[in-house]
Design a protein around this ligand. Structure first.
Ligand code: FBP
Length: 606
């Protein structure tokens, strides 16, 4: 389009500048200063690597003797002692080192800042080597040197697209051999794996393998995942990515609560990501105060069946209806299905059958054929439950597990399953109100007028799945800072000659404390694909935690009235930009969630 047709050249130029990723907002975001913990500041105030020393803190998720069997070399070298960083200028003199880095698992906001943190820690005299497309790329040797200029373009931006990612589990001897080849071909002195529990499990086994094989390449993990289940009590309050994702979801859920109260006709069923832990759901509930939020860990603890979950939701829906409120928002954690006792048994049985007869099942042409093969191999209870599920859920449950043996819960439409069951239950209530309502014990309190209200009740539902839209957002001020600091920590650990650790930062309310957690100390035994495997222990919602108790103490009021809050869009600048997740602040015992303190702000020069 030519100038003069109603457009000025300058506005056309502005629009073209935003092609690719250069939005006006991102241009500004790239220039944001970052708070830096004092251990990373040199005498002149410049950012440089820190050194590490032993502390008297130890970790042992699993049984020590078993850990010594599984990780003999790393355990002999490090034990399970936590290291802490201290300020020291000496590592800034190191030169000639080459450090590889890869992303693993699902994307999480802040990944690009990890790369910048690593590059800054390594300085101009060492080389950062990017591994494309995750652990799979490490096996294939897909590597390139990362230039400072290329990182300037991605600083403070979301996404994992700079390197890409995948979910390959490195397990066979041939795969380990290939990893060794990549390390040798690229002359790597260090390898940083940015990932969640499964990816850091990979890191632990690679570190052990290198030690056993005499490969002089240090291995360090970085805790990433929006799910929030890669956390270690006071040592690591949370992984990077969780803050941004929960704020994105809270904005959207807030909008839905507002919509529900505006159009006064819908119940919105919102499934929220988080493959196992309900940490995202709990945080979003604390931020938005919806009518109902299910917490899988509580459901498992109370041994609640699917029918009981449905009944508890229907109770809230009808009680609100009796108060004249025929709308609301229900939050459902993505991993719920695996926490319902009878479903959990079914999934465990399916895992075994799918692992044992993998090829037979794969070769069967239709879904019906596969199910006919599987049914006789289930217990009668599980077979009956399976048969009661809608066809698409049956299909999802027998989908291939991922490389780490996980059920692909993001593809199971639990929100729709609940809607279907709740609709049926509500129609039953309308047909037989006397069975459920009345003044006698165990019934929902209702007189004749109220029963009439129930009979005329309509239930209009909308289903949503909020997941992928939270994984690549522009990182919040907290995630941008935290991820940058984790990059600095990992780079420092490698320059300090440490292997088999995971980088950690804690004490978000008092300048930050930089730690290194021994990877074997985080590992425990778990059943995967029907077999016992050693993996990093997931951090789940604890029903005795302060964050859960605050939620549990208030949820009845949120159920009865519209007390929702709609937090609005993420603030990247200004007075509310320094918030951290409410649940993290509460569980860590901080006085406030409004202001994090991770050191003095610095301009980052790459
Ligand atoms: P990570 O644990 O690897 O960070 O991934 C978490 C997650 O976002 C889950 O919440 C979700 O179940 C899963 O990834 C989806 O995986 P995929 O990207 O393979 O669809």
């Amino acid at each position: 389009m030519a100038e003069g047709e109603g457009f000025s050249r300058s506005i056309l130029e502005e629009i073209q500048k935003t092609e690719g990723k250069h939005s006006v907002f991102e241009e500004q975001a790239r220039r944001m200063p970052i708070p830096v913990c004092s251990v990373f500041l040199g005498k002149g105030g410049e950012i440089r690597p820190a050194r590490f020393k032993e502390t008297d803190m130890v970790l042992a998720a699993g049984e020590l003797e078993a850990l010594k069997q599984v990780f003999p070399k790393i355990m002999a070298k490090n034990g399970v002692t936590v290291l802490e960083a201290y300020a020291d200028d000496s590592l800034a003199q190191i030169s000639g080192k080459r450090v590889g880095v890869l992303f693993s698992g699902g994307p999480a906001p802040g990944g690009h800042n990890v790369l910048v943190g690593l590059k800054v820690a390594l300085g101009k005299n060492n080389v950062l080597v990017g591994i494309r497309r995750g652990p799979g790329g490490l096996i294939k040797g897909n590597a390139f040197e990362i230039s400072s200029d290329s990182l300037k373009d991605i600083f403070n931006t979301g996404g994992f697209d700079f390197l890409g990612t995948d979910r390959t589990k490195i397990k066979s001897p041939e795969q380990f051999e290939k990893v060794k080849e990549t390390v040798s071909n690229n002359r790597l002195d260090g390898l940083v794996i940015v990932g969640g529990d499964d990816s850091n499990t990979n890191a632990a086994f690679i570190a052990e393998y290198f030690e056993g094989e005499g490969v002089d390449c240090k291995v360090v993990g970085i805790p990433k995942t929006i799910d929030g289940d890669m956390a270690v009590g006071k040592h690591l309050p949370i992984s990077f990515g969780y803050d941004t994702a929960t704020k994105i979801y809270s904005e959207l859920v807030g909008n839905l609560t507002q919509d529900a109260a505006s159009s006064v006709k819908y119940w919105h069923f919102v499934k929220l990501m988080g493959r196992t832990a309900s940490k995202i759901t709990l945080e979003v509930a604390l931020q938005t105060k919806p009518a109902i939020a299910l917490i899988s860990e509580e459901i498992a603890e109370k041994n609640m069946s699917l029918e009981e979950i449905v009944d508890s939701i229907v109770r809230v829906i009808t009680e609100r209806r009796l108060r004249g409120i025929n709308h609301g928002v229900i939050l459902i954690p993505e991993g719920l299905i695996e926490f319902i006792p009878e479903m959990r048994n079914l999934i465990q049985e399916l895992n075994k059958v799918l692992a044992e007869y993998e090829r037979d099942i794969r070769d069967l042409p239709t879904l019906r054929n596969k199910l006919e093969f599987i049914y006789p191999r289930l217990t009668p209870q599980s077979a009956q439950l399976m048969a009661s599920l809608p066809d698409d859920i049956e299909e999802m449950l027998i989908l291939d597990r991922d490389d780490h043996g996980n059920v692909k819960v993001s593809q199971i439409e639990t929100e729709k399953l609940l809607i279907e069951k709740i609709r049926y239950k509500v129609s039953e209530l309308k047909r037989h109100p006397d069975k459920y309502f009345g003044m006698s014990e165990g019934k929902i309190a209702a007189g004749p007028d109220e029963i009439e209200k129930i009979k005329s009740m309509t239930l209009s539902t909308q289903s949503h799945f909020l997941g992928y839209e939270g994984r690549c957002g522009k990182p919040t001020a907290f995630d941008a800072t935290f991820a940058f600091l984790l990059g600095l920590t990992a780079g420092s650990l490698i320059l300090d000659g440490r292997t088999g650790y995971m980088a950690a930062v804690t004490d978000f309310d008092r300048g930050g404390r930089v730690l290194a957690l021994p990877l074997p100390g985080l590992i425990t035994a778990e059943m995967r694909k029907g077999k016992k495997e050693y993996v990093i222990e997931k951090s789940l919602v604890r029903t005795d935690s302060r964050s859960f108790r605050i939620f549990a103490d208030n949820r009845e009021r949120w159920a009865k009235q519209d007390l929702f809050s709609s937090p609005g869009p993420i603030q990247h600048w200004g007075p509310t930009s320094r918030q951290i997740p409410i649940s993290v602040a509460v569980d860590q015992g901080y006085k406030s969630f409004i202001q994090f303190d991770l050191g003095e702000e610095r301009e980052v020069t790459i």
